[in-house]
Design a protein around this ligand. Structure first.
Ligand SMILES: Cc1cc2nc3c(=O)[nH]c(=O)nc-3n(C[C@H](O)[C@H](O)[C@H](O)COP(=O)(O)O)c2cc1C
Length: 330
């Protein structure tokens, strides 16, 4: 289908092609390397993102794991940075580039108070000049493409996303992703795809539409309405790492893709837990709990299984519970 055209980003010396325009959202606390490895199982060519990385910390040599583990990535990986200080963003972007980032994304949408209060994330929506300065400095410093993820504005009254986006384009951004809500909206209301379509119409660089896409029907509707170059999927992929691949295949081949059944989902949870334990030690169980809770849905007995898993006190108990559940299918 024509709506799945690859996206070309010229870079500043190093160009990149996004062969799959169905993109995985950066999701703090979720899109770690283990989660991404599952997404790639169904969607090997998709652009995935790290969880957002604090540029100042990275500049100072803290929290480097999110970039050092890029070497384990088997496909295109964008490193998403946040901060309001252009020089810290440049230093962090250079570190991410040399660690193997496919591109650098700048976060201008995060609504979290702790971040916005210091001037990063969505606070930059109120500071177009500073936002442009950051994009300009970072895109001049690195050779790979620089992209930006924005919301429609800080609040409806002051929102002028078209001028804001044009400013980013002039400053050197090579793609923007738009979550169709303002910062004030948080996650309430609906993502305004019409507003995204107006931004798309005004821009020369590719625009990715984001917000409230849960399946291939939503993705097609959003692509048709916005004429965006691609879509980004966030919350709906939590617990469903197959979703990106499912959406891509359903659009490309126009036939339903079979959602994993109960047995596959439970096996996936066991594998996810084991990989997290290997990577994070005992803390892996805490992280795996939320993934297991999201994945164990939509099959008979799922709710009881979730309740048992929440109460599991150790990794051994959690694995035993899931292995016993699997016996039902033999
Ligand atoms: C748990 C969670 C973590 C998120 N972390 C990030 C992040 O690190 N960077 C970012 O730009 N957006 C982040 N977002 C926003 C999503 O990337 C996305 O823009 C938003 O959820 C709307 O898309 P959706 O409706 O497909 O979920 C996060 C959202 C959630 C729910």
């Amino acid at each position: 289908m024509e709506i799945l055209t690859p996206i070309y980003l010229p870079g500043n010396g190093i160009s990149r092609s996004l062969n799959c325009p169905i993109i995985q959202s950066p999701l703090a606390g979720v899109s770690d390397q283990v989660f991404r490895s599952f997404v790639r199982r169904w969607s090997p060519n998709a652009l995935l993102f790290t969880e957002m990385v604090n540029a100042k910390s990275l500049e100072l040599g803290h929290g480097e794991q999110k970039v050092t583990e890029l070497s384990e990535e088997n496909g295109p990986i964008g490193v998403q940075l946040f901060d309001h200080r252009p020089d810290s963003m440049v230093e962090a972007a250079l570190k991410a580039e040399s660690a193997g980032a496919f591109l650098i994304d700048i976060n201008m949408g995060c609504p979290v108070k702790k971040i916005a209060k210091k001037g990063g994330g969505s606070a930059l929506l109120k500071e177009p000049e500073l936002a442009q300065k950051i994009v300009k400095k970072v895109s001049q410093a690195v050779s790979i493409p620089v992209t930006v993820k924005i919301r429609l504005g800080w609040c409806e009254a002051t929102s002028d996303p078209i001028s804001f986006s044009l400013g980013l384009q002039d400053a050197g951004a090579q793609l923007i992703t738009v979550h169709g809500r303002t910062r004030r909206q948080g996650f309430s209301g609906k993502s305004d795809w019409l507003a995204i379509s107006k931004i798309k119409r005004s821009m020369d660089i590719p625009v990715i539409a984001n917000g409230d896409i849960k399946n291939s029907q939503d993705a097609i509707k959003c692509l048709q309405m916005t004429k965006a170059d691609g879509v980004m999927i966030g919350r709906a992929s939590m617990g469903a790492p197959w979703l990106l691949g499912q959406i891509y295949e359903e659009i490309k081949y126009q036939k339903p893709f079979k959602t994993p059944d109960a047995k596959m989902k439970i096996n996936l949870c066991i594998e996810h837990l084991k990989l997290l334990l290997l990577k994070k030690g005992d803390h892996g169980l805490l992280i795996a709990r939320k993934h297991m809770n999201w994945t164990c849905r939509d099959f008979e007995g799922a709710s009881v299984l979730r309740q048992k898993l929440v109460r599991a006190n150790s990794q051994y108990e959690a694995i035993k519970i899931m292995e016993e559940e699997l016996l039902k299918f033999n």
